[in-house]
Design a protein around this ligand. Structure first.
Ligand SMILES: C[S@@+](CC[C@H](N)C(=O)[O-])C[C@H]1O[C@@H](n2cnc3c(N)ncnc32)[C@H](O)[C@@H]1O
Length: 225
């Protein structure tokens, strides 16, 4: 089956609200992400930043960036799946949104900030995902930053039928001459966080997370061109 078709079927069948912020674990994940982004962007002039979010989903990550100060007229999003694209445009009507495959999209401008949040692991076809990553780097302005968040393992195993780990070595092979910063072990492993939520100990999550020893090894990567 074509990889994009497979992804369409997978997301269609998934429960829509499993990442609702009303659930304890996504709530803490969200606040941890906000903290990390604040650190990453602290020296960025947000008023002048032009952002491209590739695989924007329903716009949840974009919303966070807007709350941090990016203005809607400087934001462009691309999303392949129709239902997600509909939610995105309803939620964020003032940004520029493109529906379709980023690889086929003709863009006439470059961006000072590009985000690829949990996109590359959801493309299981290795050729396609490295093409997408390479095009993202081409679309990045000189001096701009690309933020990447995904699950890494250099053996690139299938994590399930619908996710494949990404090779950090391969990703870094595309970034010759660019500065790469890895922010490691930033989130508490989901099993621990969910366990603490179930035990009614959710207030302990920030503390346990700050110890880093129980955190998931997925890094946030910032690539500066
Ligand atoms: C795991 S979701 C992440 C969504 C969003 N970035 C977030 O963090 O909430 C991956 C998204 O990437 C999108 N995607 C994957 N390949 C794409 C492509 N070639 N062009 C546009 N979107 C794509 C999928 O449709 C899906 O919505």
């Amino acid at each position: 089956m074509d990889d994009l078709k497979r992804m369409e079927q997978f997301y269609d069948a998934r429960k829509k609200d499993s990442w609702s912020l009303f659930h304890c674990y996504p709530f803490f994940l969200d606040s941890a992400q906000t903290e990390i982004l604040t650190t990453i962007l602290k020296e960025t002039d947000l008023e002048k930043t032009t952002l491209l979010d590739i695989g924007a989903g329903e716009g949840n990550f974009l919303l966070k960036l807007m709350i941090l100060g990016l203005s809607p007229q400087n934001i462009t999003a691309v999303e392949y799946l129709e239902p997600r694209f509909q939610s995105l445009t309803q939620k964020l009507p003032h940004i520029t949104s493109h529906h379709g495959d980023f690889l086929k999209l003709e863009l006439t401008t470059k961006y000072t900030l590009i985000t690829l949040m949990a996109v590359l692991t959801s493309i299981t076809d290795n050729t396609l995902r490295y093409q997408l990553f390479s095009k993202a780097l081409e679309t990045l302005d000189e001096g701009g930053s690309l933020i990447l968040y995904d699950y890494f393992d250099d053996r690139e195993p299938l994590l399930s039928e619908n996710y494949r780990a990404l090779s950090l070595k391969k990703v870094l092979a595309y970034t010759d001459g660019m500065q790469v910063h890895l922010l490691k072990n930033v989130y508490l492993k989901s099993a621990y966080a969910k366990g603490l939520c179930k035990l009614g100990l959710k207030n302990l999550i920030p503390f346990v997370q700050s110890l880093k020893i129980f955190n998931a090894p997925y890094p946030f990567i910032v690539i500066q061109k």
